[in-house]
Design a protein around this ligand. Structure first.
Ligand SMILES: *[C@@H]1O[C@H](CO)[C@@H](O)[C@H](O)[C@H]1NC(C)=O
Ligand SMILES: *[C@@H]1O[C@H](CO)[C@@H](O)[C@H](O)[C@H]1NC(C)=O
Ligand SMILES: *[C@@H]1O[C@H](CO)[C@@H](O)[C@H](O)[C@H]1NC(C)=O
Ligand SMILES: *[C@@H]1O[C@H](CO)[C@@H](O)[C@H](O)[C@H]1NC(C)=O
Ligand SMILES: *[C@@H]1O[C@H](CO)[C@@H](O)[C@H](O)[C@H]1NC(C)=O
Length: 334
């Protein structure tokens, strides 16, 4: 009798689960395929077909969209080498996906999966600390809803596609710490204003910074540790709202004497290890909230450090290996 009752109870439970399952059957099928393509990694152990996929680890279903899967968020805090191989092609079969994150999987390899081209609802593409390689695909420019492209700390190579400037909603482009080569595309000047944050540091980018970037007014620019040459003056103007500019460790060579800076917004300016010359402009003393400033290792920078503003609050290491003089460096020889 008791046994019968238990059996009956189990049956009811299973039935209740079946009717209460929110997960869309198509999405569930795709996720199980995704897991299989990754060879059932330990990380996805909770993806059990007997349970509602809306309750699985790293998966988010959107109630307002008929519980379709809108976010896939595979993110580990320590490098997880259990998960290996290419990005599963099945990821392209989650048509409602808006956010895709893959973080800290050093054995994730291969190209940016071509089937991602089908995910036209994608707003966030974040693949970081993996070993995906190859070129940045042109199809990214077709994913018109993209707001964030973050592909930092991978093994990507080749040029930055000029077509990315066609993305009307891009707020942040983070391609730092890869092996990208070639120039910063001149087309980037035609990003819809104010233009996305441009984080392109630790690559092998070369050539001049395009003059067209003067049209933009991004909050953050980080081009450090590349091989960029020539001017950077187009990035600065007193009415811009840019907050941080890091151009350190490039081959930039221009006269700094007459630059004007975003007075109200600039908080971080790093120009160390370049070939910048002339004087430090007095206009820098008017930058109200400058918190970090570094012009060290620009051997041709000379003259007196303007006195005032925040410029004396930085230590000598912000100014060493130059021909500058005056506080905080020793006084100029008269
Ligand atoms: C890798 O898998 C093993 C079990 O196979 C597990 O104990 C370990 O925690 C996993 N590593 C990570 C980083 O998840
Ligand atoms: C994108 O979202 C809309 C509505 O939210 C949906 O109709 C469409 O099928 C989704 N997927 C693609 C690939 O367009
Ligand atoms: C890529 O693989 C190499 C060699 O296995 C490893 O040393 C490196 O840490 C990996 N990169 C990332 C970002 O995990
Ligand atoms: C990184 O990419 C290069 C080609 O650019 C390739 O030869 C190398 O094997 C890749 N490294 C890893 C760990 O996948
Ligand atoms: C400025 O950059 C140089 C070179 O990288 C570094 O040694 C120094 O510590 C930096 N100074 C500050 C204040 O960050």
């Amino acid at each position: 009798m008791l046994l019968k009752l238990v059996l009956w109870f189990l049956l009811v439970c299973e039935f209740a689960l079946a009717v209460s399952e929110r997960c869309h059957p198509e999405d569930k099928k795709v996720l199980l395929q995704f897991k299989k393509e990754l060879k059932n990694p330990y990380f996805l152990a909770s993806w059990n077909p007997n349970f509602d996929c809306c309750t699985w680890y790293c998966v988010y279903c959107d109630k307002t969209k008929g519980n379709r899967i809108t976010q896939l968020f595979l993110r580990n805090s320590v490098p997880d080498t259990n998960l290996s191989g290419p990005i599963p092609p099945s990821v392209g079969d989650l048509p409602f996906l808006e956010q895709l994150t893959l973080h800290k999987f050093p054995k994730l390899i291969g190209p940016i999966q071509p089937s991602i081209a089908k995910l036209t609802n994608l707003t966030h593409l974040e693949i970081t600390y993996t070993n995906i390689s190859g070129a940045l695909p042109d199809f990214l420019a077709q994913l018109k809803n993209l707001n964030l492209i973050k592909l930092s700390f991978n093994n990507l190579s080749g040029p930055i596609p000029a077509s990315l400037s066609q993305l009307p909603n891009l707020a942040s482009l983070q391609l730092d710490r890869n092996k990208l080569t070639g120039p910063i595309p001149a087309s980037f000047g035609s990003f819809k204003k104010p233009g996305p944050d441009l984080i392109l540091s630790h690559n092998h980018l070369s050539g001049p910074i395009p003059a067209s970037l003067g049209n933009l007014d991004p909050q953050r620019i980080d081009f450090s540790r590349n091989k960029l040459q020539g001017h950077a003056s187009m990035l600065f103007a007193s009415n811009k709202r840019t907050q941080t500019v890091d151009l350190s460790r490039n081959k930039l060579s221009f006269d700094m004497s007459h630059l004007m800076f975003p007075k109200k917004s600039l908080i971080w300016l790093d120009l160390n290890h370049n070939n910048i010359y002339g004087n430090i402009p007095v206009s820098l003393t008017e930058v109200e909230s400058l918190q970090h400033f570094n012009v060290s290792y620009n051997n041709r920078l000379n003259g007196e450090i303007p006195q005032g503003g925040r410029l004396q609050e930085f230590d000598i290491y912000s100014y060493f290996h130059t021909k500058l003089c005056g506080s905080p460096l020793p006084p100029c020889k008269k």
